[in-house]
Structures are given as C-alpha cells and as structure tokens.
Write a protein that binds this ligand. Structure first.
Ligand SMILES: Cc1ncc(C[n+]2csc(CCOP(=O)(O)OP(=O)(O)O)c2C)c(N)n1
Length: 376
C-alpha cells in the first residue's frame, strides 16, 4: 500500500501545495493526510466537484502553480462542464492533477462487486476520461507512485491540460488522525426513527445519499413498516430535495418528507428555492457538520445562518432542533398545518458498526415506490 503522507511528500517535492475536492470513502486516508501534513498550504473541501475544478482554475490563474483536485468517480458528472468548457486546452489550457476514487472498479473485464449506483459509473470511468481526451493513469497499491506523479505532472504541464489519476480500492494505507466530533448528542438514526414514527402511513419519503438511506431501510424493517414509502437517493448526491419537491408538487394532497444531509444540501444549494415553494414538503436536514458516510470530513453547513437561509429561499416555517421531543413537536406541527418547512436536526457524527445495506434491488424498490405514490 502507499502511505498517503509519502504520496503528499512526493507531490510537495514538485511544488504542489493546493488541494480542492469532495471526500470519497476510498480516498479517506488521503483526505486525512491532507489535514495532517504541515506542508499542505491549502486544502479546501468544496460543496461539489465542479466548484473544486473552478477553484483549481482560479488558483492556477493567480499563481501559475499546478493544483490537485480529488473526488469520487460519481462526481465526474459535476466536474465535466468546467473541465471541457474552461480548463480544456482548446479553451484556456489549465494544467491540474485530478485524483479520482474508483468505485465499481474494473479488473480487466470483471467488475469488483459494489452497490448499484457505482456499477455503471465504475464501468465507464476510464472511458469517460478517454473520451474527454485527458491522460488517465491508474494507481494501485503496487504502483511506483513517485514515477506516476512525475509522469502525470509532466504531462499536465506539457499538454497544458488536466491529467487524471484513477485510484483503485485499497491503494492508500491508513493515516492516523483525530476523531471528528461536533456539539450534538442525538444520533442520526434516532432522529430518523423519531420522524418515521410520527409520519402517517400515506406519507412519501425521499432520502439523501449515504448512510441516512441505509438507516431508513433498516428502521422500516425494525418498525415493521413497508419499504415502499421510500425513494432512496443511493446516488445523485444533492438531488433528493428536487425529487421530493417535484413529487410534492404533483401530489398536492400527500405529505412528502425529504431527509437530506448537510453535505448533500450544500452540493446543490440552489434547489432549495423549489423545495421552499411546496407547502406539503417537510425538508429535513440531518446536520452532523460532516460527510459522515465517507469518513466524517467537515462540511461548512454550520457556518451558514440557517434561519436566514430558510428565509432567503422562501420556506414558510423554519426550526433548528437537537432533541427528540422537539422533533416530534415539529413533525406534528407540519402535519396539522402543512406549510413548506425547513427543519434542521443537529446530530452527532457516527453510525452503527453493523449498519446494513438495502437488500431489495433498486428496480424492485422503485416499482413498489411508484405504486405507493400512485395508489392513494
Ligand atoms: C456527486 C457525488 N460526490 C461525492 C459522493 C460521495 N459521497 C457519498 S455520501 C457523501 C457524504 C454525504 O454527506 P452528508 O450529506 O453530510 O451526509 P452524512 O454522510 O453526513 O449523513 C459523499 C461525499 C457522491 N455519492 N456523489
């Protein structure tokens, strides 16, 4: 395996000191090393991958130094626009190194087993990069990483273009770092359970990407409730509220609840305007100040004035709660007086060690969900 600190040392040796990215579980120790390494000048976790690319373009424009961007392969879609329309050598020609965690990686023609949302993306990852016309090097635990870094940086500078480094699972060794904590006591799972128990049986739910959806799936089983009430955004991070709001718009007599994450809500923040215009939508942000599902890396959601945010986007009701009694009160208030609501629930970082994954196929789950939506 490659020590992420030594990897960063090798980049530092080439004068690289600025990093922009969205966390990925496969690059967890790389992200931790970025926070630990004293020679890393700038490390910014950005709300989405397109912003990471844009900030890298700004950095290069100001300093003429090559930046590094990192992301999970599911974030490539967010990155493609500023890459092709700005960084590309046919436009401004901005060199950068883009490190991509390869979920659903291909081993020759076989695919490593992974979740449904990673299968297509994993299969086409290197082809997507090829089709964009950027060099793509693969990094695994046996790579001569110093050589790979030398080659990729040389090509980025020579071509004045982005160069990709696609990283296989198990490439980086662990990195010692302090455990992330925040100021809240309530677990995300307990918060979700409290909401689920308060909802009527015809209420439609849409859940964000990551562990919140997995917790909902398990809680439905434990609480003896059917799974068909839930749309789980297993991928498409940041899009849960748009899906929920559009369902709410077309089902005005039904209550819809969206379980969002703080990282996810920041990723496509502009979608709040539409969500805020639906009187039958309860938009919940489970705020643990972190990207907990991929390793607990900080988000900047808590730096925002949430009440002002709710007001600016036009929610008719807002509350920020941190205990189960207050959650119960807010859900009851929404159900008795439907009004577009932004409910922030402060949760601690972490989840059960034995948290499972949905055991029903996405196709089966979706067929049951659409049937549930149309049946009342
Ligand atoms: C476009 C995209 N980028 C990155 C990811 C990887 N990813 C999955 S869950 C997650 C963190 C979500 O954070 P948050 O919404 O705060 O929820 P939490 O995990 O804290 O419950 C990330 C970055 C992804 N699935 N899609």
């Amino acid at each position: 395996m490659i020590s992420p600190i030594e990897f960063l040392h090798a980049l530092h040796h080439h004068g690289i000191d600025s990093y922009y990215g969205v966390p990925d579980s496969l690059l967890k120790s790389f992200g931790q090393a970025l926070n630990e390494a004293p020679f890393v000048q700038h490390h910014h976790i950005t709300p989405n991958e397109g912003i990471a690319i844009s900030r890298a373009i700004g950095y290069y424009s100001a300093t003429q130094k090559v930046p590094v961007v990192y992301m999970q392969n599911s974030g490539l879609g967010n990155a493609v626009n500023p890459l092709l329309s700005l960084a590309d050598s046919q436009v401004y020609g901005v060199p950068m190194l883009i490190i991509v965690g390869w979920r659903g990686e291909m081993l020759a023609t076989e695919q490593l087993a992974d979740e449904p949302q990673h299968r297509k993306q994993g299969r086409v990852t290197t082809e997507l990069i090829d089709v964009m016309g950027y060099p793509c090097l693969i990094l695994d635990k046996n790579s001569d990483f110093r050589q790979v870094i030398d080659d990729s940086l040389q090509r980025a500078k020579q071509l004045q273009a982005p160069v990709f480094l696609v990283v296989r699972k198990g490439t980086f060794s662990a990195c010692d770092s302090s455990r992330d904590v925040n100021r809240f006591d309530l677990s995300r799972e307990h918060a979700i359970e409290t909401v689920l128990q308060a909802l009527p049986e015809d209420c439609i739910s849409v859940a964000t990407t990551g562990k919140a959806g997995r917790e909902i799936f398990e809680l439905r089983k434990t609480l003896n409730m059917p799974h068909n009430r839930d749309f789980l955004c297993v991928g498409g991070m940041g899009h849960a509220s748009s899906i929920a709001a559009e369902i709410a718009h077309h089902k005005p007599d039904r209550s819809v609840v969206c379980f969002d994450g703080d990282g996810a809500v920041l990723m496509h923040l502009a979608s709040l305007q539409h969500a805020a215009s639906q009187p039958n939508l309860l938009h919940i942000v489970l705020n643990n100040c972190a990207h907990e599902s991929v390793g607990g890396q900080r988000t900047q959601f808590d730096d925002l004035e949430a009440h002002a945010l709710a007001q600016a986007f036009g929610y008719q009701h807002f509350a920020y709660v941190t205990d189960v009694d207050a959650i119960g009160r807010e859900v009851d208030y929404f159900l008795t007086k439907p009004t577009s609501t932004l409910l922030i629930i402060g949760c601690k970082i972490g989840s059960r060690d034995d948290l499972g994954r949905p055991t029903i196929s996405t196709q089966e789950q979706y067929a049951a969900f659409t049937e549930f939506v149309s049946s009342y």
